[in-house]
Design a protein around this ligand. Structure first.
Ligand code: ADP
Length: 926
């Protein structure tokens, strides 16, 4: 230990004033000031500590005046001692802290210690400094040590504001301080009892007072050392500085001590001291050299916590810096009131083309055009809370070019000023992509609208989400009127029905294709063919139905037309058939089947044409012409299923496809058998007519020649002729006249028959009566020929006696005409099996076998020499046959045994009671 010496120390430098004070050191404990009788009488050593202490130490009275202040007051607050002592210290206290301070003073006045009271003192420059007080009463006096914690407060605030996690640290530090304070309080309590008030400064102070010697050992340390490092003071004093100092800090410390030795005053030198527990604490030093004493006066503050806070802050700042610059997006902080950029990151710098220095302080109007800001801008953010998103905010580059950004802005308080932190993403690509998307949307929309059908997308709620123009047009509406509306609103009548289909698709997930349904439109009913397909989102979930409908009204119309044509074709009386180019039938209609005797198309389809005609010989030329010229019209013998042939009238043509290639053959046909028969009949009739005219002319000429011959004879020879000759001539004329009349009667009768005008005059007569009448008429013309009569006595029958007589006259005339004069004629009238049978038999030449079946036909005459020489026109037997048949009877000729013919005819025997029956029968027969 150094001997007690008087040292004079002069505080030099800065705003510190030189205060000449002396402290005395006694042998033994140089700072054993327990016996000091008060501050006034404190030792000189204590005075030096009082002067060099970094804490603000003071002695005040309870009236509110400082009595004594150490120089730290001047350096901290900037006042002179006089200024500080001239007024009540409350004048320096921040108005908000006055009440608290008063309370603290009153506690001190009531002899209680006040530890860790904090208030603000106004500095000379008008700013306030935060002071933390540790005060003890001593009667009417107050001994107090205050520490300027403004910096710490600022850290705390900054941390509280910007880095929430530091709060925790501060809280911990506060706790630590409390803990230390408690310890200190305890210690003070202990010491206050035994130590002098003057020593309280050293003991109360958190500052670590010491006197390191140039020999590398401390000559004095105050109790703060014990508290801070955990050693006893004795341990500290007996340990070399190098052992206590962190190895990394030794060199700098040795160098610092060397410089102090050379007269330099150290302020805020920092190094680490090892604690008893092996940990290190950061100390901040102020020291001066006292060369005379070969010691230094040094005060250290434990700044470990502040250092770690600083480190944390630095670390947080580094982290934030890294975050700022690591952000892929531009970032800037804008002071809202000043309208300037106060911070930016590298990304933003390069986005805009400025350096960070250029950007900092730049008006925001140079980053964004003012009108852009006005429109989308920052204004609303002023003082606002929360977030703001702005899309496509225009940015100005240094080179004057512009580009869009998407900005997210947040209000913050940056360094105590209302600010906006804005994160900006270059939206050029997005905008381009957006525009490309828009363009492709446009393209899609165009495609959508020009689709040749009705396209719509309905969601699961039956609402039309999208529809194309054609869809809207078909309803006479605008797309906007349709989109977003439920289907049921647009189709009040059919909506339900449509929705059923949609639901089916949505629920099954399977498309429904080819739904044909009518749609009522302002123009009438339209037919649609619709395909419904489920619509899925990217996850495959069905979110609706896409419907695509095509107008098939025309097709429907064509189908209907085709159906009508088909039914016309199938019901046509013309047979219609289509065959492929291999000549196999591919289609036949009903008439075709009927004409050919088939029942079902299956029987004929696929079979060859040849099977339906007479033979290949007939078919070949037809096919040749058809294929060569494309059509053929004509008659062809057709073959029925049963093998019978019939005459077919054909119209055929080759069917060509769109390119003109033959693909099929079509034939329409009619059965013309009947027509052919009719034609033949007409032909025959006209032949007969020709014959008739010839015969009739011949037959008419005969009597005419007779008339003329005899008339001329009479005219020329009248006077020379005798009466007999005249008589003969006249009777020849009469004969010829009769013959002429009979001829004309025959013609008239035939004409009547042909016109169907044979009227029977039925009455009940004796069947022999017509025979008697015939003979009577015959006798009127010819009396010589022998007639042999055989008439049975019969009951009366119903007949036209006159007509039956006419038949008998024809048969008798023929018998007479075709047999020799001497041959008798046998006439018979009998009843055989319900019929009255008449027979006229002669001994003439008979009828040749070949003519037997024909002699009853009109105009038929047997053509042989014998027959031909006789007059006649072949109508007698025809008339006879007709008359018999209208009576419901029959007529025939058979050869007579021994030569000649027997002509017989029978008439049904009908009683009176059956009259009605016969009448109706005859009507039918007629
Ligand atoms: P015609 O006026 O020619 O006699 P008919 O119809 O009475 O006409 O007779 C038809 C033909 O039948 C006669 O031309 C004749 O050749 C033949 N014929 C009719 N009656 C007899 C008969 N009794 N004997 C032979 N031939 C007969």
């Amino acid at each position: 230990m150094a001997d007690a010496k008087m040292v004079k120390r002069k505080i030099a430098g800065g705003a510190q004033q030189a205060v000449g004070k002396y402290i005395s050191s006694t042998t033994g404990d140089p700072l054993d000031i327990t016996s000091a009788g008060g501050v006034e009488g404190s030792t000189e050593g204590l005075t030096i500590f009082f002067d060099v202490a970094l804490d603000l130490l003071c002695l005040a009275n309870t009236d509110g005046y400082f009595l004594k202040l150490n120089p730290a007051w001047e350096t901290t607050l900037g006042y002179t001692m006089d200024e500080l002592t001239a007024v009540q210290f409350l004048d320096f206290v921040h108005p908000d802290d006055v009440a608290g301070t008063m309370e603290a003073i009153s506690e001190l006045a009531s002899q209680q210690k006040v530890i860790d009271f904090v208030n603000r003192y106004r500095s000379k420059d008008g700013t306030y400094r935060w002071l933390q007080w540790r005060s003890a009463p001593s009667g009417d006096l107050i001994i107090a040590a205050a520490r300027d914690i403004t910096e710490q407060k600022r850290f705390e605030e900054e941390q509280a504001q910007s880095f929430g996690h530091l709060e925790e640290l501060v809280r911990e530090r506060t706790k630590e301080l409390e803990r230390i304070n408690e310890e200190l309080t305890e210690s003070i309590r202990e010491r206050v009892k035994s130590e002098a008030r003057a020593e309280s400064f050293l003991n109360l102070s958190l500052d670590m007072f010491s006197m390191p010697g140039f020999d590398g050992y401390f000559k004095y340390v105050n109790p703060a050392w014990e508290r801070t490092l955990g050693y006893t003071r004795e341990e500290i004093l007996s340990t070399s500085l190098t052992e206590l100092i962190h190895p990394d800090d030794r060199d700098s410390t040795v160098e610092e001590i060397r410089e102090i030795g050379a007269g330099k005053e150290t302020m805020n030198f920092r190094n680490r001291y090892r604690c008893k527990d092996g940990s290190y604490r950061w100390l901040s030093w102020s020291a001066v050299n006292v060369p005379e004493e070969q010691v230094m006066f040094a005060v250290a503050q434990d700044i470990t916590d502040m250092k770690s806070a600083e480190l944390d802050v630095a670390e947080s700042k580094d982290e934030l810096e890294a975050i700022y610059n690591g952000l892929g997006d531009g970032l800037m902080v804008v002071d809202v009131e000043a309208g300037t950029v106060v911070r930016s990151n590298h990304v933003l710098d390069s986005m805009l083309g400025y350096s960070q220095e250029e950007l900092t302080g730049m008006p925001i109007t140079r980053v964004h055009p003012p009108e852009e800001l006005q429109q989308k801008g920052w204004e609303v953010e002023k003082g606002g809370k929360g977030m703001k998103h702005v899309q496509d905010l225009i940015c100005l580059r240094k080179d004057g070019s512009t580009f869009p950004v998407d900005m997210t802005g947040t209000s913050i308080n940056y360094k105590g000023r209302p600010s906006v932190v804005a994160i900006m993403k270059d939206a050029t690509e997005r905008k381009k992509a957006g525009e490309a998307l828009k363009a492709s949307e446009q393209t899609l929309q165009t495609i959508f609208d020009s689709m040749p059908g009705l396209l719509s997308f309905k969601n699961r709620d039956n609402v039309i989400v999208r529809a194309n123009k054609m869809f809207a047009d078909s309803l006479g509406m605008q797309v906007e009127e349709i989109e977003g509306r439920p289907l049921s609103e647009i189709f009040p009548d059919q909506g339900e029905e449509y929705w059923k289909d949609d639901l089916e698709v949505i629920e099954s997930g399977k498309p429904k294709l080819g739904i044909e349904e009518p749609l009522d439109t302002p123009e009438g009913t339209t037919w649609l063919r619709t395909d419904m397909v489920p619509y899925r989102d990217t996850d495959g979930e069905i979110i609706g139905v896409v419907g695509f409908s095509v107008d098939i009204t025309e097709r429907k119309r064509a189908e209907e037309e085709l159906r009508l044509k088909e039914s016309a074709i199938s019901t046509s009386i013309n047979g219609i058939a289509i065959a492929d180019m291999e000549r196999r039938l591919t289609y036949v209609n009903g008439a075709f089947l009927e004409l050919h005797g088939y029942e079902s198309p299956d029987e004929v389809l696929g079979r060859e044409i040849l099977e339906f005609v007479k033979d290949e010989r007939e078919l070949a030329p037809v096919m040749n012409e058809l294929l060569e010229t494309g059509s053929w019209v004509g008659e062809l013998k057709s073959k029925r299923k049963d093998g019978l042939l019939f005459d077919g009238q054909f119209t055929t043509s080759v069917i060509l496809d769109e390119r003109g290639n033959p693909v099929a053959m079509l034939a329409t046909m009619l059965d013309i058998t009947e027509r052919k028969r009719a034609e033949e009949l007409i032909k025959k009739n006209s032949e007969e007519l020709k014959n008739l005219i010839e015969i009739a002319a011949h037959e008419l000429r005969h009597p005419a020649t007779v008339f003329r011959g005899y008339a001329q004879i009479l005219i020329s020879n009248w006077e020379d002729m005798d009466r007999e000759t005249i008589q003969d001539a006249l009777s020849r004329i009469d004969e010829a006249t009769t013959r002429l009349i009979r001829l004309v009667d025959s013609l008239l009768e035939t004409s009547r028959i042909e016109r169907g005008k044979i009227d029977l005059s039925l009455s009940e007569v004796d069947p022999a009566a017509p025979v008697r009448l015939a003979i009577e008429e015959f006798r009127s013309r010819e009396s010589d020929r022998e007639l042999r009569l055989n008439c049975a006595a019969l009951d009366k029958e119903i007949m036209d006696a006159e007509k039956v007589k006419q038949v008998l006259v024809i048969l008798i005339d023929n018998a007479v005409k075709y047999s020799d004069e001497e041959c008798p004629i046998d006439i018979e009238c009998v009843k055989v099996e319900g019929e009255i049978v008449y027979r006229v038999a002669d001994l003439g030449p008979g009828i040749p076998d070949k003519d037997r079946g024909c002699i009853f036909e009109r105009f038929y005459q047997v053509a042989d020499v014998l027959h031909h020489s006789l007059p006649g026109i072949g109508l007698g037997l025809y008339i006879a046959k007709t008359i018999v048949e209208v009576h419901g009877g029959w007529i025939s000729e058979e050869p007579r045994d021994g030569g000649g013919s027997v002509f017989s005819f029978g008439i049904p025997a009908v009683r009176e009671s059956d009259h009605a029956q016969i009448v109706s029968y005859l009507r039918v027969a007629g």
